[in-house]
Design a protein around this ligand. Structure first.
Ligand code: NAD
Length: 259
C-alpha cells in the first residue's frame, strides 16, 4: 500500500483518467474525494470504490467556480481533516483553427484547465501548509510541451499549467509541498473519442486516418497510452519520498514526445 493514511482530492474523477487515478489511489490505501460536475458520475465512482473496499466521498465541484472549489475542500477538511494529495485533472477540449475560434470557446477551455487548476491549487495549499505539506499533481499533456493544429486554447492552457506547477514547486518547498505535472499522449477516453470525428471532418480525412496519421503518428509503436499507465505514474509521483522530484514534467506518451 503506497498511499496508506493519505487523503486525496481528484477533479474530473467521475470518468476517464481521473477515475482511474481515484480507483488506484484507493487500492493503494488513500481516502479519495471524487470531484466532478455531475452528482451522478461523482457518486457512482465513489460508490464503486466503496464497493471494492476503499474509502471515497463524492463532491459536486465545477473547478471554474471559486466558491464551489473552496466549499468542496472545506467539506473534505470537515470529514477527513485535510488534503495530502490534490490532482488538478478536470478537462475539456475544443477543435477549431485559431481564425475561426469563438472567444467564448477559447475562454471556456482556458477557464477549466488553467483557472480551474489555480483555484484547486490555492484551496489545496491552504490545507497542506496548515498541516505537514503534501503533493500537487497537474494533468498536463504532451501539449504542455508542444503544439498541434486546431487545439490552440488547450495547448496554451496546458503550457500555462506547466508554469503553475513549477511556480508551486518553488513556493511550496518550504512548506513540504512537492508539485509535478503528468504529460500524457493520447489516451482513449470520452475526451478523445469525441475528437476523432471532429478532426476527421476538419481535416477531410477518415477517422481511421486521424488515429493512425494524426494521433499516434509519432509514437514509437502506434499504441494509445492507457488510463492505467497514467494512474500508475500518479501513484508513483504521489508516493515519492522526497523533494528530489519536484517541479518536473513527466511525459507518458509511447515516445511521441521525448524531452
Ligand atoms: P474525460 O472527458 O473522460 O474526463 C474529463 C472529466 O472532467 C469529466 O468527468 C468531466 O465531467 C470533468 N470536467 C469537465 N469540466 C469540468 C469542470 N469545469 N469542473 C469539474 N470537472 C469537469 O477526459 P480525460 O481524457 O479523462 O481527461 C482528463 C484530463 O487528462 C484532462 O485534463 C485532459 O486534458 C488530460 N489529458 C487527456 C488526454 C487524453 O488523450 N485523453 C491526453 C492528455 C491529457
Amino acid at each position: 500500500m503506497r498511499l496508506e493514511n493519505r487523503t486525496a482530492l481528484i477533479t474530473g474523477a467521475g470518468r476517464g483518467i481521473g477515475r482511474a487515478i481515484a480507483e488506484l489511489f484507493a487500492r493503494e490505501g488513500a481516502r479519495v474525494a471524487i470531484a466532478d460536475l455531475s452528482h451522478d458520475s461523482a457518486s457512482e465512482a465513489a460508490e464503486s470504490i466503496r464497493a471494492a473496499g476503499g474509502e471515497a466521498m463524492a463532491l459536486v465541484m465545477d473547478v471554474t467556480d471559486e466558491q464551489a472549489v473552496d466549499d468542496g475542500f472545506s467539506q473534505l477538511a470537515d470529514q477527513w481533516g485535510g488534503v495530502d494529495i490534490a490532482v488538478a485533472n478536470a478537462g475539456v477540449q475544443h477543435i477549431d483553427p485559431v481564425h475561426k475560434l469563438a472567444y467564448a470557446d477559447w475562454r471556456k477551455v482556458v477557464d477549466v484547465h488553467l483557472n480551474g487548476a489555480f483555484l484547486v491549487t490555492r484551496a489545496a495549499l491552504n490545507q497542506m501548509y496548515a498541516g505537514t505539506g503534501g503533493t500537487m499533481l497537474y494533468m498536463g499533456s504532451v501539449h504542455s510541451l508542444e503544439a498541434s493544429p486546431l487545439k490552440s486554447p488547450y495547448v496554451a492552457a496546458k503550457h500555462g499549467m506547466l508554469g503553475l506547477c513549477r511556480a508551486v514547486a518553488k513556493e511550496g518547498a518550504e512548506h513540504g509541498v512537492r508539485s509535478n505535472i503528468i504529460c500524457p499522449g493520447f489516451v482513449r477516453t470520452p475526451l478523445v473519442e469525441k475528437q476523432i470525428p471532429e478532426q476527421a471532418k476538419e481535416l477531410g480525412i477518415s477517422e481511421e486516418e486521424v488515429i493512425r496519421n494524426v494521433m499516434l503518428k509519432n509514437t514509437v509503436d502506434g499504441e494509445f497510452t492507457t488510463v492505467e499507465d497514467i494512474a500508475e505514474l500518479a501513484v508513483h509521483l504521489a508516493a515519492f519520498p522526497s523533494a528530489a522530484l519536484t517541479g518536473q514534467s513527466i511525459v507518458v506518451s509511447h515516445g511521441w514526445h521525448m524531452q
